[in-house]
Ligand binder design. Structure first.
Ligand code: NAD
Length: 250
Protein backbone atom coordinates (compact mmCIF):
# COMPACT_ATOMS: atom_id res chain seq x y z
CA UNK A 1 0.00 0.00 0.00
CA UNK A 2 1.61 3.19 -1.21
CA UNK A 3 -0.09 5.58 1.27
CA UNK A 4 -0.39 3.33 4.30
CA UNK A 5 -0.92 5.37 7.48
CA UNK A 6 -1.18 8.71 5.67
CA UNK A 7 -3.97 11.26 6.09
CA UNK A 8 -4.98 13.29 3.05
CA UNK A 9 -7.28 16.23 2.43
CA UNK A 10 -8.55 16.67 -1.14
CA UNK A 11 -10.43 19.80 -2.19
CA UNK A 12 -12.99 19.44 -4.95
CA UNK A 13 -13.20 15.73 -4.20
CA UNK A 14 -16.91 15.33 -4.90
CA UNK A 15 -16.54 14.54 -8.61
CA UNK A 16 -14.12 14.51 -11.54
CA UNK A 17 -10.43 14.02 -10.87
CA UNK A 18 -10.71 14.79 -7.14
CA UNK A 19 -13.17 11.94 -6.57
CA UNK A 20 -10.95 9.49 -8.49
CA UNK A 21 -7.93 10.61 -6.44
CA UNK A 22 -9.88 10.20 -3.18
CA UNK A 23 -10.82 6.62 -4.11
CA UNK A 24 -7.31 5.75 -5.29
CA UNK A 25 -5.71 7.22 -2.16
CA UNK A 26 -8.11 5.24 0.06
CA UNK A 27 -7.39 2.03 -1.85
CA UNK A 28 -3.67 2.67 -1.19
CA UNK A 29 -4.24 2.91 2.56
CA UNK A 30 -4.79 6.63 3.18
CA UNK A 31 -7.51 8.08 5.36
CA UNK A 32 -9.15 10.79 3.27
CA UNK A 33 -11.05 13.99 3.99
CA UNK A 34 -13.04 15.13 0.98
CA UNK A 35 -13.96 18.80 0.86
CA UNK A 36 -16.32 20.34 -1.70
CA UNK A 37 -19.25 22.68 -2.17
CA UNK A 38 -21.20 19.80 -3.77
CA UNK A 39 -22.43 18.19 -0.57
CA UNK A 40 -24.57 15.29 -1.85
CA UNK A 41 -21.93 14.14 -4.34
CA UNK A 42 -19.13 14.54 -1.78
CA UNK A 43 -20.99 12.54 0.86
CA UNK A 44 -21.58 9.82 -1.72
CA UNK A 45 -17.87 9.57 -2.57
CA UNK A 46 -17.04 9.23 1.14
CA UNK A 47 -19.80 6.64 1.59
CA UNK A 48 -18.50 4.62 -1.39
CA UNK A 49 -14.98 4.61 0.09
CA UNK A 50 -16.24 3.55 3.52
CA UNK A 51 -18.43 0.83 1.98
CA UNK A 52 -15.30 -0.53 0.28
CA UNK A 53 -13.56 -0.78 3.66
CA UNK A 54 -11.70 2.54 3.44
CA UNK A 55 -11.65 5.52 5.76
CA UNK A 56 -13.22 8.74 4.50
CA UNK A 57 -15.04 11.82 5.74
CA UNK A 58 -16.83 14.54 3.83
CA UNK A 59 -16.88 18.17 4.90
CA UNK A 60 -18.47 21.16 3.18
CA UNK A 61 -15.52 23.21 1.97
CA UNK A 62 -15.68 26.37 -0.09
CA UNK A 63 -12.01 26.94 -0.92
CA UNK A 64 -12.50 30.72 -0.92
CA UNK A 65 -13.38 30.63 2.80
CA UNK A 66 -10.65 30.58 5.44
CA UNK A 67 -12.98 29.22 8.15
CA UNK A 68 -14.01 26.29 5.92
CA UNK A 69 -10.36 25.41 5.36
CA UNK A 70 -9.60 25.50 9.07
CA UNK A 71 -12.58 23.23 9.76
CA UNK A 72 -11.40 20.75 7.10
CA UNK A 73 -7.87 20.60 8.53
CA UNK A 74 -9.30 20.29 12.06
CA UNK A 75 -11.47 17.36 10.93
CA UNK A 76 -8.44 15.52 9.53
CA UNK A 77 -6.57 16.01 12.80
CA UNK A 78 -9.51 15.22 15.11
CA UNK A 79 -10.77 12.13 13.25
CA UNK A 80 -7.57 10.74 11.75
CA UNK A 81 -4.91 12.19 14.07
CA UNK A 82 -2.84 14.33 11.68
CA UNK A 83 -2.52 15.74 8.15
CA UNK A 84 0.18 14.48 5.77
CA UNK A 85 -1.13 15.34 2.30
CA UNK A 86 -3.11 18.22 0.81
CA UNK A 87 -4.35 18.07 -2.77
CA UNK A 88 -5.47 21.54 -3.89
CA UNK A 89 -7.66 20.19 -6.67
CA UNK A 90 -10.84 22.31 -6.60
CA UNK A 91 -11.13 24.53 -9.63
CA UNK A 92 -13.51 26.14 -12.07
CA UNK A 93 -13.16 26.56 -15.80
CA UNK A 94 -12.73 29.75 -17.81
CA UNK A 95 -15.84 31.55 -18.92
CA UNK A 96 -14.91 34.57 -21.06
CA UNK A 97 -12.34 35.99 -23.43
CA UNK A 98 -11.05 39.47 -22.59
CA UNK A 99 -13.46 41.54 -24.64
CA UNK A 100 -16.46 40.00 -22.86
CA UNK A 101 -15.00 39.56 -19.40
CA UNK A 102 -16.10 41.62 -16.41
CA UNK A 103 -13.87 42.15 -13.39
CA UNK A 104 -16.42 40.09 -11.46
CA UNK A 105 -15.83 37.12 -13.77
CA UNK A 106 -12.04 37.55 -13.47
CA UNK A 107 -12.27 37.70 -9.66
CA UNK A 108 -14.48 34.61 -9.47
CA UNK A 109 -11.90 32.48 -11.26
CA UNK A 110 -8.92 33.90 -9.39
CA UNK A 111 -10.71 33.47 -6.04
CA UNK A 112 -11.27 29.74 -6.52
CA UNK A 113 -8.30 28.66 -8.64
CA UNK A 114 -5.57 30.87 -7.18
CA UNK A 115 -6.61 32.30 -3.78
CA UNK A 116 -8.21 28.95 -2.89
CA UNK A 117 -4.83 27.23 -3.28
CA UNK A 118 -3.15 29.87 -1.12
CA UNK A 119 -5.79 29.53 1.63
CA UNK A 120 -5.54 25.73 1.63
CA UNK A 121 -1.78 25.86 1.87
CA UNK A 122 -1.85 28.35 4.76
CA UNK A 123 -4.38 26.20 6.65
CA UNK A 124 -2.47 22.94 6.10
CA UNK A 125 1.09 23.98 6.94
CA UNK A 126 0.75 24.18 10.77
CA UNK A 127 -0.82 20.68 10.88
CA UNK A 128 1.88 19.33 8.55
CA UNK A 129 4.60 20.85 10.74
CA UNK A 130 2.96 19.12 13.68
CA UNK A 131 3.07 15.83 11.74
CA UNK A 132 6.77 16.29 11.01
CA UNK A 133 6.28 17.15 7.34
CA UNK A 134 3.93 16.65 4.45
CA UNK A 135 3.21 16.85 0.74
CA UNK A 136 1.15 19.56 -0.95
CA UNK A 137 0.04 18.87 -4.51
CA UNK A 138 -1.41 21.76 -6.46
CA UNK A 139 -3.48 20.96 -9.54
CA UNK A 140 -2.58 23.53 -12.17
CA UNK A 141 -3.02 22.77 -15.89
CA UNK A 142 -1.03 22.55 -19.10
CA UNK A 143 -2.66 25.98 -19.60
CA UNK A 144 -0.64 27.21 -16.60
CA UNK A 145 2.52 26.65 -18.65
CA UNK A 146 1.70 27.68 -22.22
CA UNK A 147 -0.85 30.02 -23.78
CA UNK A 148 -3.54 28.65 -26.08
CA UNK A 149 -6.20 30.21 -28.29
CA UNK A 150 -8.66 27.78 -26.69
CA UNK A 151 -7.71 28.88 -23.16
CA UNK A 152 -9.51 31.69 -21.33
CA UNK A 153 -7.10 34.38 -20.04
CA UNK A 154 -8.35 34.38 -16.43
CA UNK A 155 -8.15 30.58 -16.25
CA UNK A 156 -4.64 30.62 -17.70
CA UNK A 157 -3.53 33.36 -15.29
CA UNK A 158 -5.01 31.51 -12.32
CA UNK A 159 -3.23 28.27 -13.25
CA UNK A 160 0.05 30.07 -13.99
CA UNK A 161 -0.09 31.58 -10.52
CA UNK A 162 -0.54 28.11 -9.01
CA UNK A 163 2.58 26.91 -10.84
CA UNK A 164 4.92 29.58 -9.45
CA UNK A 165 3.25 29.71 -6.00
CA UNK A 166 4.08 26.00 -5.76
CA UNK A 167 7.79 26.64 -6.30
CA UNK A 168 7.81 29.44 -3.74
CA UNK A 169 6.18 27.23 -1.10
CA UNK A 170 8.59 24.39 -1.93
CA UNK A 171 11.56 26.65 -1.22
CA UNK A 172 10.17 28.33 1.88
CA UNK A 173 9.01 25.08 3.51
CA UNK A 174 11.71 22.60 2.54
CA UNK A 175 13.11 23.13 6.04
CA UNK A 176 9.79 21.97 7.49
CA UNK A 177 10.04 18.74 5.47
CA UNK A 178 6.97 19.91 3.53
CA UNK A 179 7.19 19.19 -0.19
CA UNK A 180 5.11 21.12 -2.71
CA UNK A 181 4.66 20.17 -6.36
CA UNK A 182 2.29 21.09 -9.17
CA UNK A 183 0.48 18.80 -11.58
CA UNK A 184 -0.40 19.97 -15.09
CA UNK A 185 -3.12 17.90 -16.72
CA UNK A 186 -4.09 18.44 -20.32
CA UNK A 187 -7.72 17.94 -21.37
CA UNK A 188 -9.18 15.22 -19.16
CA UNK A 189 -12.65 13.72 -19.48
CA UNK A 190 -14.55 15.12 -16.47
CA UNK A 191 -17.71 17.21 -15.96
CA UNK A 192 -15.51 20.30 -16.44
CA UNK A 193 -14.73 19.40 -20.05
CA UNK A 194 -18.27 18.40 -21.00
CA UNK A 195 -18.30 21.36 -23.41
CA UNK A 196 -15.70 19.53 -25.55
CA UNK A 197 -18.37 16.93 -26.22
CA UNK A 198 -21.18 19.49 -26.56
CA UNK A 199 -19.25 21.72 -28.99
CA UNK A 200 -17.76 19.52 -31.70
CA UNK A 201 -15.75 22.27 -33.41
CA UNK A 202 -14.14 23.32 -30.10
CA UNK A 203 -13.49 19.67 -29.24
CA UNK A 204 -11.70 19.12 -32.57
CA UNK A 205 -9.50 22.20 -32.03
CA UNK A 206 -8.49 20.88 -28.62
CA UNK A 207 -7.76 17.40 -29.96
CA UNK A 208 -5.59 18.84 -32.73
CA UNK A 209 -3.22 20.20 -30.04
CA UNK A 210 -2.65 16.81 -28.41
CA UNK A 211 0.08 14.70 -30.07
CA UNK A 212 -1.44 11.55 -28.60
CA UNK A 213 -4.69 12.47 -30.32
CA UNK A 214 -7.01 11.81 -27.39
CA UNK A 215 -8.14 13.33 -24.12
CA UNK A 216 -6.92 11.80 -20.85
CA UNK A 217 -8.85 9.90 -18.21
CA UNK A 218 -8.96 11.01 -14.55
CA UNK A 219 -7.07 7.87 -13.48
CA UNK A 220 -4.11 8.89 -15.67
CA UNK A 221 -3.74 12.04 -13.57
CA UNK A 222 -4.58 10.38 -10.25
CA UNK A 223 -1.59 8.03 -10.49
CA UNK A 224 0.73 11.05 -10.84
CA UNK A 225 -0.88 12.70 -7.82
CA UNK A 226 -0.52 9.43 -5.90
CA UNK A 227 3.22 9.37 -6.65
CA UNK A 228 3.65 12.93 -5.34
CA UNK A 229 1.60 12.12 -2.22
CA UNK A 230 3.64 9.03 -1.42
CA UNK A 231 7.13 8.71 0.04
CA UNK A 232 8.28 7.42 -3.37
CA UNK A 233 8.67 11.12 -4.27
CA UNK A 234 10.56 12.00 -1.06
CA UNK A 235 13.25 14.02 -2.93
CA UNK A 236 10.79 15.76 -5.29
CA UNK A 237 9.78 19.32 -4.48
CA UNK A 238 9.09 22.44 -6.51
CA UNK A 239 8.63 20.33 -9.59
CA UNK A 240 5.90 20.26 -12.21
CA UNK A 241 4.45 16.98 -13.40
CA UNK A 242 2.93 17.39 -16.87
CA UNK A 243 0.26 14.81 -17.77
CA UNK A 244 -1.09 16.09 -21.07
CA UNK A 245 -0.61 13.63 -23.94
CA UNK A 246 2.26 15.80 -25.20
CA UNK A 247 0.45 19.19 -25.48
CA UNK A 248 3.31 21.29 -24.03
CA UNK A 249 6.07 19.22 -25.66
CA UNK A 250 5.57 20.88 -29.04
P1 NAD B 1 -14.75 19.10 -12.10
O1 NAD B 1 -15.57 20.30 -12.44
O2 NAD B 1 -15.24 17.77 -12.50
O3 NAD B 1 -14.45 19.06 -10.53
C1 NAD B 1 -14.05 20.20 -9.83
C2 NAD B 1 -14.55 20.09 -8.41
O4 NAD B 1 -14.18 21.30 -7.72
C3 NAD B 1 -16.07 19.96 -8.33
O5 NAD B 1 -16.43 18.91 -7.46
C4 NAD B 1 -16.49 21.31 -7.78
O6 NAD B 1 -17.68 21.28 -7.02
C5 NAD B 1 -15.30 21.70 -6.95
N1 NAD B 1 -15.28 23.14 -6.68
C6 NAD B 1 -15.49 24.16 -7.53
N2 NAD B 1 -15.47 25.33 -6.86
C7 NAD B 1 -15.23 25.02 -5.56
C8 NAD B 1 -15.08 25.80 -4.37
N3 NAD B 1 -15.23 27.14 -4.37
N4 NAD B 1 -14.82 25.16 -3.21
C9 NAD B 1 -14.70 23.81 -3.19
N5 NAD B 1 -14.85 23.03 -4.26
C10 NAD B 1 -15.11 23.64 -5.44
O7 NAD B 1 -13.32 19.39 -12.72
P2 NAD B 1 -12.02 18.48 -12.93
O8 NAD B 1 -11.82 18.39 -14.39
O9 NAD B 1 -12.06 17.26 -12.10
O10 NAD B 1 -10.92 19.49 -12.38
C11 NAD B 1 -10.13 19.27 -11.23
C12 NAD B 1 -8.95 20.23 -11.29
O11 NAD B 1 -8.15 19.95 -12.43
C13 NAD B 1 -9.36 21.69 -11.42
O12 NAD B 1 -8.49 22.50 -10.66
C14 NAD B 1 -9.17 21.97 -12.89
O13 NAD B 1 -8.96 23.33 -13.17
C15 NAD B 1 -7.95 21.12 -13.18
N6 NAD B 1 -7.77 20.75 -14.58
C16 NAD B 1 -8.75 20.11 -15.27
C17 NAD B 1 -8.53 19.75 -16.58
C18 NAD B 1 -9.55 19.00 -17.39
O14 NAD B 1 -9.38 18.91 -18.60
N7 NAD B 1 -10.58 18.43 -16.80
C19 NAD B 1 -7.30 20.06 -17.19
C20 NAD B 1 -6.33 20.72 -16.46
C21 NAD B 1 -6.57 21.06 -15.16
Amino acid sequence: MRLKGKVALISGGARGMGAVEAKLFASEGASVVIGDILQDEGRQVAADINADGGNARFIKLDVTREDDWQAAVDLAVSDFGKLDVLVNNAGIGGTHFLGDMSKKAWDAIMDVNSTGVYLGTVAAIPAMRQAGGGSIINISSQLGIVGADTGHPAYQASKGSVRIFTKSIAIHHAGDNIRCNSVHPGPIETPMTQNMNDNKEFGQRMLSKIPMGRVGQPEEVAYGVLYLASDESSYVTGSELVIDGGWVAQ
